[in-house]
Design a protein around this ligand. Sequence first.
Ligand code: ADP
Length: 554
Amino acid sequence: MASGGRNLHVSPRLASDALPLPVSVTNKLFLILFFSASYYLMRRWREKIRTSTPLYMLTLEEQLAVITQIASFIYLIGFFGIEYVQSVINKNADEDERPAAQHEIASKRPPAELLGKPLPDNNDEDLAQAVSSGRVASYSLETELGDELRAASVRKRAIELSTGRSLEELPLHGMDYKSIVGQCCEMVVGYVQIPVGVAGPLLLDGLEYTVPMATTEGCLVASTNRGCKAIHQSGGAVSEILKDGITRAPVVSFSSLKGAAELKFYLEDTNNFDTISTVFNRTSRFARLQSVKCLLAGRNAYIRFCCSTGDAMGMNMISKGVQNVLDYLHDVFPDMCVISVSGNLCADKKATSVNWIEGRGKSVVCEAVIKGDVVSKVLKTSVSALVELNTLKNLAGSALAGAVGGFNAHASNIVSAVFIATGQDPAQNVESSQCLTLMEATNCGKDLYVSVTMPSVEVGTIGGGTQLASQSACLNLLGIKGSNPDSPGLNAQTLARVVAGAVLAGELSLMSALAAGQLVKSHMKYNRSSKNIAAAGEQQQQSLDGLRQRCSSS
Ligand code: ADP
């Protein structure tokens, strides 16, 4: 995601960046001043004509009105509409700059002809031969053919020709390639099918959700479904969003420690926050800077920006805002050299303590009290067995393993399945699955109190893969497709709550299966279909039972 190296692409500066307020506000202000002064002067002019007063004799108010009119006129000539004009210019510049590599590629492009005909007029087999032999560039097929499906089909065949391996089982039809190319995937040859199951209803914060889960792991949906049932029969789960902000941390370097320390003090001085956030917020209607923290490693500074991003997960948005601030900071600290817009303190797609402690994306907590009879009838275990297992496995066991946020049974199973179904970035499963599962006996030991604490659930309902047809259908099932028109950000927060609620259900069910010694049996049943293996599963279960008996008698 992040670009490395010192030659970082610097986004163009706007003349309006010099203004202390956003240009839209100053435009309005000066328009009002200009028209008010003009109106006042015209009234005075009429009055003077009526009373035959010479026009050049100006009172103090009139002099002020003239100065205001001239000043606002100069402003309006200088700035009015400049954002629009510059955005058009910069858009073109962006298009010219962004694909600098593409220009290079274009200049190396083979002639868009094959066998003396324009490429689209050739048959697919000839095209595939030409691609596999390198006479036609594979990456250029979409542009040259102007047909994304045909491009994928030709490329798929070309790969078969060049590798000598069949891709027949990889589906091609049934996908809208227009919505993918240029956004979600390149060099497309088809798509992989992942089954989607549903767990639920999940009763969460008084509402029922049917949770879509894309997975190839047998048992997972069934198990989460059982957890949902236990939660539902106990009156539902409750969730809270404690924090909502994505982070990005560029690394910048100075010639000595002094410069890096000055930057840190500057950034952490609350008097400077307004300026920095104005520069940052200018890049998007939704990105709003929340905080800036700076850590040093020698003469290098790592600046962790945190911002809200509406219903988007927000990585693109925050990167734009951060780039704007870096440009601004460069003027304040000319000695500063931007090494990379991401310096890994972000921390994106890595298991880190910084996310575990500070949070990233949505910090969610979800809890439920599971009634004792539900524990025995639905989960087939006991409150005390669950509490003991949770302590020994999720707390002590994970502590021994040196886990970073891995104090749970299988949060990542549920997180990944919901992420894939709803078009999230599956790689962010790493930190989004950080979870602390707690189980305590409550109501005099009768019932089970269970909670999951997840500080870094990174989700969005707009942007990225969420706009693809099947993923957006899954979001629709949850009633949170796209942008929330009344309260931007609410849909993404609801998705984070649902993820946490589903994790709670998954934790309950797997822990119960473990406590009851059912795990091997159920996996044998759902993960492997052959009867022999099922029989083996039974055998294994018997030996497991024997082992448990031996353990309890010893
Ligand atoms: P990300 O930052 O998660 O990578 P994108 O930048 O790809 O997301 O997509 C977000 C886009 O959707 C932005 O252009 C933003 O202006 C637009 N958008 C529309 N409605 C919303 C909303 N409610 N919340 C966030 N972004 C929104």
